[in-house]
Design a protein around this ligand. Structure first.
Ligand SMILES: NC(=O)c1ccc[n+]([C@@H]2O[C@H](COP(=O)([O-])OP(=O)(O)OC[C@H]3O[C@@H](n4cnc5c(N)ncnc54)[C@H](OP(=O)(O)O)[C@@H]3O)[C@@H](O)[C@H]2O)c1
Length: 372
């Protein structure tokens, strides 16, 4: 049994601690990866600060982290797409219900990834660039392509003869949003989106034909105008306040599908509090009430609204299609650029906690990464 270092969450709400753990053995459908770079997602500090309420199944000690880039050091007996020594990136889903958060978490020297949720890193990409993708691109794909959400056709690599309609991406400058804009375009849909004015050009360059300032009081009117009477195949709601804005847009343009990825109220303030209880009571009450109100409003408007779980593609056909076909092809043909751009904020597992704190303080169109 080999020993490694891991940044573990020793208990709910405790700071990450770097300790010695056992290097996991890959199961038949897994690869063992020497982690070189990890990226930070909001869910990492959400779990750290609120798992007693939001991830009640999670046992500690746990290794957090979804985004991994590194090198294959061993493969399971049924693995066919990867070999030892290959550079690889993928989605770690260890904090999901029923998974093992010590085997499959990003923030450690060695982790296992499912073969079907990993892809080779093209020579032209650095580990830092590859690491920005996994949770962002996976969540975007769940929202766009799962039948429970927008149910759109996946990119095939061929230019579609006809545009497939418009996708509204509220939150186009988030990690998930930048991937949603690109995947929707690659699949043959037009995109209208939102961002702060400083990020509008970036989101346009990814393929959105209109990018509206989500802070503007007339943002909904402007997005409806940008749709310009084209058929709308659905909306992806990212960021606080995005759900109600998207419901109003869909109601006015006759769209019927909404994929929601964010809580209606940010949990950042709650995570910063010294104690979860009783501060959580008004926050979760507001989340609950807002969700019920939005769900009723959507139903009255004939909109099917559902909450996206970005790693749920592990268990359906979207995961293998995304990671086995779409991502490798789209990175090669340039229809998928690794976005947001990586910002290296640490070297080593000891820097991961500071990176989590920095992500929680807020980022703008950048992905924080730590080299391990
Ligand atoms: N359900 C899931 O499985 C899942 C998975 C991943 C993420 N998420 C959620 O999806 C959201 C985005 O996550 P992420 O990692 O992609 O975010 P991120 O990269 O941390 O997002 C940063 C960006 O958010 C934008 N933003 C801030 N407030 C906004 C608002 N009210 N409306 C629209 N955009 C806003 C900012 O844009 P500007 O700088 O342009 O102002 C900033 O660039 C978060 O709520 C996250 O918790 C959910």
């Amino acid at each position: 049994m080999s020993v490694q270092s891991a940044a573990v969450l020793p208990a709910p709400r405790a700071p990450l601690a770097v300790i010695g753990t056992t290097v996991p053995e890959p199961a038949s459908d897994e690869i063992l990866v020497r982690v070189r770079t990890v990226a930070i997602n909001p869910v990492d500090w959400v779990i750290q600060g609120t798992s007693r309420v939001t991830y009640r199944w999670l046992q500690t000690p746990a290794v957090l982290g979804s985004d991994v880039a590194g090198e294959v050091v061993a493969v399971g007996s049924a693995v066919t797409r990867f070999g030892v020594g290959q550079r690889v990136f993928g989605l770690a889903t260890g904090t999901d219900r029923g998974r093992d958060p010590l085997r499959e978490g990003a923030f450690q020297e060695y982790t296992v990834l499912l073969e079907r949720l990993a892809a080779p890193i093209p020579d032209a990409l650095s580990d830092e660039e590859a690491a920005v993708l996994p949770l962002g691109v996976s969540t975007a794909a769940c929202a766009l392509f799962q039948s429970a959400h927008l149910g759109l056709r996946m990119p095939t690599g061929e230019t579609p003869q006809q545009r497939g309609g418009v996708v509204v991406v509220w939150g186009g400058s988030t990690s998930v949003g930048m991937n949603a804009v690109q995947l929707a375009r690659a699949a043959g849909y037009d995109v209208v989106s939102t961002a702060s004015p400083r990020n509008a050009a970036t989101v346009s360059a990814l393929g959105a034909d209109a990018v509206i300032d989500y802070g503007s009081p007339t943002a909904v009117d402007e997005l409806v105008a940008a749709v310009g009477g084209r058929p709308v195949v659905g909306a992806v709601a990212l960021g606080a306040g995005s759900t109600d804005a998207c419901i109003e847009i869909l109601r006015r343009v006759g769209g019927t599908r909404l994929a929601m990825a964010s809580t209606p109220v940010s949990l950042a303030g709650l995570v910063a509090r010294r104690r979860l209880f009783p501060a959580m009571l008004p926050v979760f009450t507001r989340i609950g009430l807002t969700t019920v109100r939005s769900t009723l409003r959507a139903r009255r408007a004939g909109i099917r609204a559902g909450f996206v779980w970005g790693s749920s593609l592990r268990d359906d056909e979207v995961g293998p299609a995304l990671w086995g076909e779409v991502i490798p092809r789209a990175l090669t043909d340039g229809s998928l650029r690794p976005m947001p751009e990586p910002l290296v904020v640490g070297e080593g597992l000891g820097d991961v906690q500071a990176a989590l704190d920095r992500q929680r303080a807020g980022v703008s169109a950048s992905k924080l990464v730590v080299r391990i």
